[in-house]
Design a protein around this ligand. Sequence first.
Ligand code: SF4
Length: 464
Amino acid sequence: MIDRQPIDTYARQISDEKQTSVITGSTASTDKRFNALFTDYADPDSLRKLAAKIKDHTLHHLDTYLEQAEASLQRNGVTVHFADSGDDARETVLNILRGHEVTQLTKSKSMASEEIHLNPYLIENGIEVLESDLGEFIIQLDGDEPSHIVRPIIHKNRREIARTFQREGIAEDYNDDPGTITRRARVHLREKYMLAQAVITGGNFISAESGRLVLVTNEGNTRFGMAPSKVHIALVGIEKLVPTDRDLGVFLNLLGRSATGQQLTVYTEFISGPKDDSQPSGPEHMHVVFMNHGRTDVLDSNCREILRCIRCSACQNVCPVYRQASGHAYRSPYGGPIGAVLSPLLFGDRFPELADLPKASSLCGACNEVCPVDIPIPDLLLRLRDKAKRAHIPQPGDLPMTPFATLATSPSLWRTAMTMSKAMNHLPIQVAPVRPLQDWLGQRTLPDWHGGDFRKWLKARKEK
Ligand code: SF4
C-alpha cells in the first residue's frame, strides 16, 4: 500500500489545485449519471435491485459458477488459471509471458492489477510494460498513482499533463489543449502498440454460461492492443462472474450510466476466445487468470455485499469526503466509499492501519443511493468500525469520543461538566490536556456555548 499519512492528515494538506480538479471531475460525473439514469428509466431503482439480486445469487453459488466458467472458457480455447494470493497471480502472469517469450506488452486499465502492483513486478523481471489507457499512461509517465477507478488522473488538470508531455519528450512544445494532448498521445502510443507481443487486460464481466469475457473502454485501447498481440492475458477477480449472457444486459446498462453517464460505454467487447483461422488478426493464445486475493475471506465475512461491486465509481463521485480528500488519501488503489470498505477487508491483515478508512465517512448515505448494485455501504462501514473497535485498533476520533462517552453516560459527571462548560469559550486550544486532543480541536470550530440551562428549566417546570 501507499505509505501516506492517515486520511484526515492527508486531506488537510492537499493543494487547492488538486482539490479543485477532484471536485470538478466528480461533480460533473455525478450530474451526468443522474441525467442518464433518470432520462432513460422510469424506475432505475428496480433495475439496480435486480442487479443486486443477480450478484448475490452468483456470490452464493460462486463455486458452481467458477467451475462452469472454467469449462466454458476451456471449450472456447482459453487456458484458465486460478491464483489464490497476489503473489500467485503475479507469478502466474510472469510464467505465461515467459512461456510465450514475451518481452514487450501493452496493458489496459485493471484494478485487479493495481491491487497486486503488477507493473513494477513485471518491469523488475525484464518485461517492458506500456499502459495503453491515456490516464494510466500519464500516471506511468509521472510515476504517480491512480486516484479514481474510472478516471485515474481526476486529480490532475490539463496544464499538468501538458507539462508532463513536454518533460517526457512526447511533445516538443507545451500545449494544454485537450484535443492536442490526446492526438499527441495517440501518435506516441500507436507505434508502441504495433511492437507489443502481448496484451494484459482486466475483465469487467465473464459469463459463466458462454465463457464470454466482457471488456469496456472509452478509448478502444484494449481492442487496438489486441490486434497486433499474439497473447492475451485477462486478470480477473473471481467475483466478476455473471451466470448468463442475458444478465450482461442488466450490468452493461447500469455500468455505462453509473460510471460516465453514457447509455453504453463506447467500446464494449465480447471476447469468446483466441482468434480463429478466419480472423486476420488478434491473439492466438488467450489466458484467463482468476484471482482470489482475499475475496473468499470477504465472502465469509459480514461485509460480503461489497463483492457485488462493478467498479463504476459512482460512490466516489458523490462522496463529500472523497471530493475533499482525493483518492490518494485512501492509500490503496480503491478510494472513496468503495475503498473505505474494500481496502481494510482485502489488505487489512497486512496493513492494519487501514482500519481508519471506515471512519472517513459522514454516513450520509449518498454512496448507497447511487450504487448500481445497491451495496449498503454505510452499514458496511459501521460493521467495519465495530470490528476495528473490538480488535482495539486505534481510529481517528477515539480520543475525544471515548471520554465524551464516559461523560455523557454519567449524570453526575455530566452535571459537573455543564457547570464548567461556559469556560470552553475562553480557553485557548493549547490547554487541552494532550497533543492529539489539541490537534483534533485545532481542526474544528466549536460553536459558542449557549447551553447548560435545560436542567434548571426542567426542575422549575416540575416544581410548578
Ligand atoms: S460500490 Fe457501488 S457505486 Fe461504488 S464503485 Fe462499486 S458498484 Fe460503483
